[in-house]
Design a protein around this ligand. Structure first.
Ligand code: GDP
Length: 201
């Protein structure tokens, strides 16, 4: 599947993003979760998404046009421990504004490193998404790093943790950028939704 990815712009705020005339899918997760690698794997391009780099650096919403028909947004990674409280506040506002106000946002993929036990910051973020009725899916990244038994165990463990507060689990994907695993599942999921929405855009 050739997505013909094109970089559109880096937007400092939700309302600087391109005109909302195409379905949009966002990717978010803690820094180092493997977000850039996953986006590059989906796009089949080496350096489309760039690693966020130093904490505290200007954080932007990077928008890409895919298949000339939908937008992929690369949201800044959250969870930098070292940025100041004020900066963190501004940064959170930028993300929450984007997630609550962007009218064409169809689904957000929340990335989770499959090797790390459930973290408060991710659980709270998903809780917030649920409270605000923002549709999201989970993507467990870097699955090449653990055995399939360990992966099953990690997924069960996450499920157990989430079911303390959720009535049902969101859609779950697993991926490996190095192993090129999960690409078609994610792209088919997006294509299916785009097909259903084709009269709306
Ligand atoms: P980001 O900060 O979330 O954009 O994360 P990156 O994509 O820059 O990845 C962080 C680190 O994890 C890098 O050293 C990557 O090479 C590594 N990484 C990312 N995805 C995978 C994966 O699927 N498998 C393995 N083994 N390493 C990965």
């Amino acid at each position: 599947m050739n997505l013909k990815p094109e970089f559109v712009k880096s937007a400092p705020k939700w309302d600087d993003c391109p005109e909302p005339n195409k379905p949009e899918y966002a990717f978010i997760g803690r820094s180092n979760v493997g977000k850039s690698s996953l986006i590059n794997m989906l796009a089949n391009q080496k350096d489309l998404a760039k690693t966020s780099g130093t904490p505290g650096k200007t954080q932007l919403i990077n928008v890409f046009l895919m298949q000339e028909s939908w937008y992929l947004t690369d949201l800044p990674g959250y969870g930098y421990a070292r940025v100041s409280k004020t900066k963190r506040g501004q940064f959170e506002k930028m993300i929450t504004n984007y997630l609550t106000l962007r009218p064409n946002l169809i689904n957000t993929f929340v990335l989770i490193d499959c090797r790390i036990p459930p973290q408060k910051i991710d659980l709270e973020f998903m809780e917030w998404m649920g409270e605000n009725r923002i549709p999201f899916s989970m993507v467990f990244t870097k699955i090449d790093k653990i055995s399939s038994t360990a992966l099953q165990k990690a997924l069960m463990n996450y499920r157990k943790e989430m079911m303390k507060t959720w009535e049902s689990m969101p859609q779950v994907f697993t991926s490996s950028a190095t192993g090129r695993i999960g690409r078609l599942e994610l792209l088919n999921f997006i294509s299916d939704i785009n097909e259903q929405l084709k009269d709306q855009f």
